[in-house]
Design a protein around this ligand. Structure first.
Ligand code: F6R
Length: 254
């Protein structure tokens, strides 16, 4: 894994956005794998600003999102459909039918998982997959213990994840217990993976990512087996990994 050490959230966001924007400029019909949550908000803001200022076009881009809560309508302000519209899609020129997010409202969730896998197979591969990281090491909503062979599936969210995501909901009770997520096997098929981590609440997870063995108990650890992963992490997220001496790379600027 290549590590880009940055000072803070803003630098992380600018750097990641610039990688995504370069990808789209070099290949206007790229497929981007997108994430939600707090981590990518700054990236999406940079992409929207760049679209306004430099007219980077997404007219031929396709996107696939990692996950969605089960039981939230697209119109629910906590759904990831709503999040993507609000923070990115409604501000750029991407056609609505080129954006893909699992449907957590499907009456047949197993069929929806198969549909999403078929869709992923039909897209000729994801060029860059954006990932945040859960405090427990999850990627997508692949919680600790998930098989590395998993494809799109329904997950029972851990209480740590529900508590972490509770900050976006009126109360913890409102946080769904289930989600539908792209599996680790599909994430690993992306040509380039960009994992972002910012803040001390990610320090344990980043420590485990760099310092621990590959294990299904730590979903992110599988990324060590991928040939093209860039981690962009800030000082706060790297604090433990640095203290333990498993991050040795000098600071990179780009
Ligand atoms: C979101 C996702 C999750 C988040 C992770 C970190 O689509 O797949 O894995 O990336 O939970 O969330 P934040 O960025 O809110 O800390």
């Amino acid at each position: 894994m290549k590590l880009n050490q940055v000072q803070n959230y803003d630098e992380m966001s600018r750097q990641a956005a610039s990688i995504l924007i370069s990808q789209v400029r070099q290949n206007p019909s790229s497929t981007l794998g997108l994430a939600t949550g707090g981590t990518p908000l700054g990236i999406y803001a940079c992409m929207v600003a760049d679209h306004r200022e430099n007219a980077t076009s997404y007219a031929q881009v396709s996107t696939v999102n990692l996950d969605e809560y089960v039981g939230l309508k697209e119109s629910d302000s906590q759904s990831y459909h709503f999040y993507m519209q609000r923070n990115l899609f409604s501000h750029i020129d991407i056609p609505r039918d080129a954006t893909h997010i699992p449907n957590g409202m499907s009456p047949d969730l197993l069929a929806e998982c198969r549909r999403y896998d078929d869709l992923l197979n039909s897209l000729n591969g994801v060029d860059i997959q954006l990932l945040g990281i859960g405090a427990n090491g999850h990627i997508g909503f692949n919680e600790p213990g998930t098989s590395f062979q998993a494809r799109t599936h329904i997950v029972e969210l851990t209480e740590t994840t529900r508590a972490a995501n509770g900050r976006y909901f009126p109360s913890l009770q409102d946080v769904p217990h289930k989600a539908i997520t792209m599996g680790i096997a599909s994430i690993m098929e992306s040509r380039h993976i960009l994992l972002l981590a910012s803040g001390t609440n990610k320090a344990e997870a980043v420590y485990a990512l760099f310092c621990d063995e590959v294990s299904e108990q730590n979903p992110s650890s599988i990324l060590k087996k991928h040939a093209n992963v860039t981690v962009i992490a800030d000082e706060a997220a790297l604090i433990l990994a640095k203290q333990k001496g498993c991050v040795e790379h000098p600071r990179k600027t780009s």
